[in-house]
Design a protein around this ligand. Structure first.
Ligand code: NAD
Ligand code: LMR
Length: 342
């Protein structure tokens, strides 16, 4: 019996993401929540002949409470997307408040749920959710996921284009750091060594740059009509499905996610936190409390952080990780301060 709630379910990501969860055999109830259009989306999906029960809620009549109560997994693609010329950080002004309000709902009505945050800027919205949950004494780092899966998906696709003999599905690229521009650090030296070692320095730099700025490719191509939605729905579903499989006792699944590290009891968190803050960050920037890293999933959520990848990356990737931490520490501090100041 698993209830999944999608917040922002009527949006560009929310609709295809909800469609995929409606098809997932682990999901017994799918609750859709949005501030507009969600009754239509819910009615449409409810005609699909899978066994998942469909519920849809607008804010009125305690809609958020009903959508969240009893939920095991809450996935959040609510908020505004970028237009050409904008950074993800430009979305903070609108999306921070949306995420704060949804996180308050989760703290009250679904305090034990797994929470997957898609809304940008992920580097700041995930800290907002953590701060809200901490304030209510219901924060469990094992259950909070910043969704960085699209970076891994893009890395697999782009490296496959350079491979002589392998398709995208043959790759499982780890992407570390955060989710915006230079905070995105794909580690091809560890994930696709046989392709990576054949590339020139210029080709390596171009491949990394393409992953770091893959979101901009889509924003530009959509030309004002938003950012990645279909590839994002796929990526969000990939992480959500992996988690549902882990909850249902499939052992040893590894996915990358933006995970909370400081004072966390998750295996590997202390080592990751120390390595990042002592070896990859300037001593004068504020702490990097979150980082995208590969994690082992279990029925508890994040069971172990595979931090040792940080020690294995090559010199160029270490340089990129150092650049990432500078930006990341500011993004994380901005999210944390938004709640501390409220
Ligand atoms: P969209 O505008 O198509 O959809 C967003 C939906 O959120 C809309 O239906 C809107 O009504 C809803 N919404 C707004 N306020 C809400 C609230 N308070 N409660 C519930 N729902 C609310 O946007 P989109 O293209 O689906 O993108 C959504 C977010 O996901 C954006 O912030 C975007 O930047 C982000 N995104 C993240 C990634 C990633 O890799 N993590 C990738 C793509 C997009
Ligand atoms: C992405 O990487 O596609 C998303 O973060 C959306 C964006 O703004 O680029």
């Amino acid at each position: 019996m698993v209830k999944v709630t999608v917040c922002g379910a009527a949006g560009g990501i929310g609709q295809p993401l909800s469609l995929m969860f409606k098809l997932n055999p682990y999901v017994t109830t799918l609750a859709l929540y949005d501030v507009v259009n969600v009754p239509g989306v819910g009615k449409d999906l409810s005609h699909i002949d899978t066994d998942t029960k469909l519920e849809s809620y607008l804010p009125e009549n305690d809609g958020l409470e009903k959508a969240l109560t009893g939920s095991d997994l809450v996935i959040i693609p609510a908020g505004v997307p970028r237009k050409p010329g904008m950074t993800r950080d430009d979305l903070f002004a609108i999306n921070a408040g949306i995420i704060r309000d949804l996180a308050n709902g989760i703290a009250q009505f679904a305090p034990s749920a797994f929470v997957l945050v898609i809304s940008n800027p992920v580097n700041s919205t995930v800290p907002i959710v953590a701060e809200i949950l901490k304030k209510s004494n219901v924060f469990n780092p094992q259950k909070l996921f910043g969704v960085t899966t699209l970076d891994c998906v893009r890395a697999n696709t782009f490296v496959a284009e350079l491979s002589k003999d392998k398709e995208a599905s043959a790759f499982d690229t780890r992407v570390l750091g955060g989710h915006s521009g230079e905070t995105i650090v794909p580690v091809f030296s560890q994930s696709a060594p046989e392709v990576y070692k054949e590339l020139s320095d210029e080709q390596k730099a171009a491949l990394v740059h393409r992953v770091q700025f893959g979101g901009d490719e889509v924003v530009k191509a959509k030309n004002g009509a938003g950012s990645a939605t279909l590839s994002m729905a796929y990526a969000g579903y990939k992480l959500g499905h992996a988690l549902l499989a882990a909850i249902n006792d499939t052992p040893g699944i590894i996915e990358s996610t933006f995970v909370y590290l400081k004072d966390s009891k998750i295996k590997g968190a202390t080592e990751a936190y120390k390595y990042i803050n002592e070896k990859l960050k300037d001593s004068d920037s504020s702490d990097v409390d979150f980082f995208a890293l590969p994690v082992v999933l279990s029925s508890n959520g994040i069971e172990e952080i595979k931090w040792d990848i940080l020690e294995k990356v090559d010199a160029k990737e270490t340089e990129l990780l150092k650049i990432a931490t500078g930006q990341l520490s500011k993004n994380i501090a901005k999210g944390t301060a938004f709640i501390a100041g409220n």
